[in-house]
Design a protein around this ligand. Structure first.
Ligand code: OGA
Ligand code: MN
Length: 288
């Protein structure tokens, strides 16, 4: 299996591969490469929902797509609950998928649950001619770039990750609006984590909006988060994916955050997406 790293702190292309056909040995090489580079891109694939699901499940048990606050009965009625659609396409007056054509802010997928997904896989079925690029920020580099005084403040820091909004700022199904980060529903995670498989430290922020630092006033929390975020997502920490139909991008949420640029709503974008269940909670790094 051939890999070509990008000119960035994260990411590599997997060359000349048909993912449905790779052997156990090849998958293990791909898995190691994914751990090493944090983001892999595989071009020219022709994946049905079923083959995307089967391939994704080689990384581990699949995690449900985010459906907001739903009961188990409602969840049971959702067809194909492990393969989500990300799209701006509207059919019969109803959006066929999530996230519309708007910009999504920097985020880590489903970081508001106790054990956020490890891998996310996003497959391009139909992409617009303009916009809709997805950028990835290396959180190992972001941590290394933090000034010493901020890095020290991150030790033992717990940040609450808002469950109520998606990455275009829309309230998820079943959630009530609120206006203060303190009131956001969600879970706390350490700001400094260590990757359970590579042991590498990284910064873990989730999303800026409605994030809240444990034990602080809202004003203190906002000031500290603003100070940290100023150093994050600088160009040299990032790599940007310009999509072509048939691209599959697999990222490790324990290492990268991502954001998507907006695109003209007159154009169509259709993506399918899966994610892999974690078996551990994010673990705090003991030292910066
Ligand atoms: C996602 C996501 C970005 C995109 O699927 O988790 O953030 O490029 N998508 O559609
Ligand atoms: Mn996402």
């Amino acid at each position: 299996m051939l890999f070509q790293p990008f000119d960035a702190p994260i990411g590599a292309d997997v060359l000349d591969t048909r993912l449905e056909e790779i052997s156990e040995t090849e998958f293990n090489q791909l898995y190691e490469a994914w751990l090493r580079w944090g983001v892999l891109r595989v071009r020219d694939q022709q994946l049905s929902d079923e083959s995307l699901k089967t391939f994704s499940a080689r990384f581990g048990e699949l995690e449900y797509a985010p459906h907001g606050k739903v009961t188990s009965e409602e969840l049971a009625k959702i067809p194909n609950p492990f393969v989500a659609t990300i799209s701006n396409i509207v059919e019969n007056g109803k959006p066929i998928g999530g996230l519309s054509n708007l910009e999504t802010s920097w985020h880590t997928d489903m970081s508001y649950i106790e054990q956020p997904p490890t891998a996310s896989l996003l497959y391009a079925v139909e992409v617009p001619d303009h916009g809709g690029e997805t950028s990835f920020c290396c959180m190992r580099t972001a941590l290394a770039d933090l000034p010493e005084n901020l890095r020290i403040q991150c030790v033992n820091l717990q940040i609450k990750h808002d469950a109520a909004h998606d990455s275009i700022g829309k309230l998820r199904r079943g959630h009530e609006p609120f206006n203060s980060a303190e009131k956001a529903p969600g879970v706390y995670h350490p700001a400094l984590t260590v990757h359970p498989e590579t042991q590498e430290p990284a910064l873990f922020l989730g999303r800026r909006q409605f994030a809240y630092v444990d034990g602080r006033t809202v004003a203190e929390s906002e000031a500290l988060l603003d100070a940290i975020w100023t150093h994050v997502a600088q160009a040299h920490q990032c790599w940007t994916q310009r999509w072509k139909n048939g691209d599959l991008v697999i990222w490790d949420n324990r290492v990268v955050m991502h954001r998507r640029a907006s695109f003209p709503n007159a154009e169509r974008r259709l993506m399918r997406r899966t994610q892999v269940k974690a078996t551990t909670k994010p673990t705090a790094a003991v030292a910066p």
